[in-house]
Design a protein. Structure first.
Length: 255
C-alpha cells in the first residue's frame, strides 16, 4: 500500500489550481488591454465606416453577441474616468465580471470605496451590492427632483422708478427657459436701440405708461415660466404681442 499517493495527488491538484489562478490573472490583464484598445478605437471613430456603433462593429469583427459588445464598450468608456478600477483589472486584482458590475454605479468620488468592495467580495456579492446601490441612487434622484419642485418660487418687485427686481428659484428646465427669454429680450432691445426705435415712440404715450406696459408683459412671461412646460409658447405669444403693437404704431405713424 502506497501511503504517499494521496499527498502526491493533493500536491498535483494544488499545482493545477495555481496554474488556473495564474492564467486567470493573465486573462484579466488581457481584458484590461482589450478594453483600452476598444476605448481608443471608439474615441477615434474607427467603427464609423458603415456601422452604426462601436458595439455593432465589435459584433461583426470579433463575433461577440451584440449585448455583450455593448457592455464591452460601456465598461471601456467608464474606465476612462476610473483609473483605480482599470489598474485593478490590469493587475488581475479584480475580475472583468466585478469591474463590469462596479462601473454601473462608480464615479471618481466613490471609486475607492467600490474598489474595496470588489476586492473583499465575490462577483455575486458585488452584483448584489451594486443592485442595492442603484436603487438608492434612483431614490436620491427622486428626492432631489421633489426638493427642487417644492422649493420653486419667482417674485417680481417693481420699484417707483420703473425698474424691476426679480428673485426666484426655478427648476433647471424653467431656469433655462427664463434665461433664454431674457437673452432674447435683451437682443430685441439692443436691436431697437440701434435702429433708433426708442426715439420713435408716439408723443401721447408717456414714459411711465411704457414702463407699466413692459412690466405687465414681464409679469405675464414670468407667470408662464413658473407654469412649466407651456412657458415657451406663452413667451412666444408675448413676443408676438409686442411685434403686433410695433406694427400698429408704425401703421399709425404712416397714416
Amino acid at each position: 500500500m502506497d501511503v504517499h499517493a494521496p499527498h502526491a495527488s493533493t500536491t498535483g491538484l494544488d499545482r493545477l489550481g495555481g496554474e488556473i489562478a495564474e492564467l486567470s490573472v493573465h486573462l484579466e490583464a488581457a481584458s484590461a488591454r482589450l478594453l483600452h484598445l476598444i476605448r481608443d478605437f471608439d474615441t477615434r471613430g474607427g467603427w464609423n465606416n458603415g456601422f452604426r456603433s462601436c458595439a455593432e462593429w465589435l459584433s461583426w469583427r470579433v463575433g461577440l453577441d451584440l449585448g455583450a459588445a455593448r457592455e464591452k464598450v460601456r465598461v471601456a468608456r467608464a474606465l476612462a474616468t476610473l483609473p483605480r478600477l482599470a489598474q485593478a483589472l490590469a493587475h488581475g486584482e479584480l475580475s472583468y465580471a466585478k469591474v463590469r458590475a462596479l462601473t454601473r454605479v462608480a464615479t471618481p468620488a466613490t471609486e475607492e470605496r467600490l474598489l474595496a468592495i470588489g476586492r473583499a467580495g465575490t462577483a455575486e456579492h458585488v452584483e448584489r451590492i451594486v443592485r442595492g446601490w442603484r436603487r438608492m441612487d434612483r431614490k436620491a434622484e427622486r428626492d432631489e427632483a421633489a426638493r427642487q419642485h417644492t422649493s420653486r418660487a419667482l417674485h417680481v418687485y417693481p420699484a417707483e422708478d420703473g425698474t424691476v427686481t426679480i428673485r426666484g428659484r426655478l427648476s433647471p428646465e424653467a431656469g433655462a427657459l427664463l434665461l433664454k427669454a431674457l437673452t432674447a429680450a435683451r437682443e430685441a432691445l439692443y436691436q431697437r436701440e440701434r435702429a433708433g426705435g426708442s426715439a420713435a415712440q408716439p408723443a401721447d404715450v408717456s414714459y411711465e405708461t411704457r414702463i407699466r406696459r413692459r412690466f405687465r408683459r414681464a409679469r405675464r412671461c414670468s407667470r408662464a415660466v413658473r407654469g412649466g412646460g407651456h412657458g415657451g409658447a406663452a413667451h412666444a405669444r408675448c413676443c408676438d404681442d409686442r411685434s403686433s403693437q410695433r406694427r400698429g404704431r408704425r401703421a399709425a405713424r404712416g397714416a
